[in-house]
Write a protein that binds this ligand. Structure first.
Ligand code: HEC
Length: 116
């Protein structure tokens, strides 16, 4: 314990039950509304905001690349890192026309960081 503290104690006064080794993602998820999943969030978010261009069945993909398709939970998870970078970051660039509520961007980050 002493050794761990010498290596990495942050002087964090907030008690967590994860000890001193919690990663930023674990701390983020500890405060997040869970569970946030494909069924209770992801599917409807992707359908509303991304599928107009990123569905395999879209009639007007507006040049969204063919391999960037989010029809299913598995496909969405396969792109999780890029979805977070393009749609959950402060300077989000997807969807190109914007219009996603802050709360939904937050839940997107919760889903793809903490969810299953
Ligand atoms: C109006 C059409 C449109 C909508 C809606 C849209 N996209 Fe895109 N998307 C594109 C186009 C065009 C590209 C290719 C050009 C580019 O990367 O900016 C793209 C590329 C991407 C890429 C691959 C490029 C990379 O950075 O890895 C990801 C990931 C992505 N979009 C995520 C999303 C997500 C998530 C949503 C919903 C929140 C979304 N997009 C909504 C048109 C769209």
């Amino acid at each position: 314990m002493l050794l761990l503290c010498m290596l990495g104690c942050q002087g964090d006064t907030e008690p967590t039950d994860m000890g001193d080794t919690a990663t930023p993602d674990e701390l983020f998820c500890a405060d997040a509304p869970l569970p946030t999943t494909w069924d209770n969030f992801g599917r409807s978010f992707v359908t509303q905001h991304c599928q107009p261009c990123h569905a395999s069945t879209s009639l007007d993909r507006q040049y969204a690349p063919a391999e960037v398709t989010f029809d299913t939970e598995e496909q969405s998870w396969a792109w999780a890192d890029r979805i977070l970078a393009r749609a959950a970051a402060d300077d989000a660039t997807m969807p190109p026309q914007g219009g996603v509520e802050e709360d939904d961007r937050y839940l997107l980050e919760v889903w793809l960081t903490c969810g299953g």
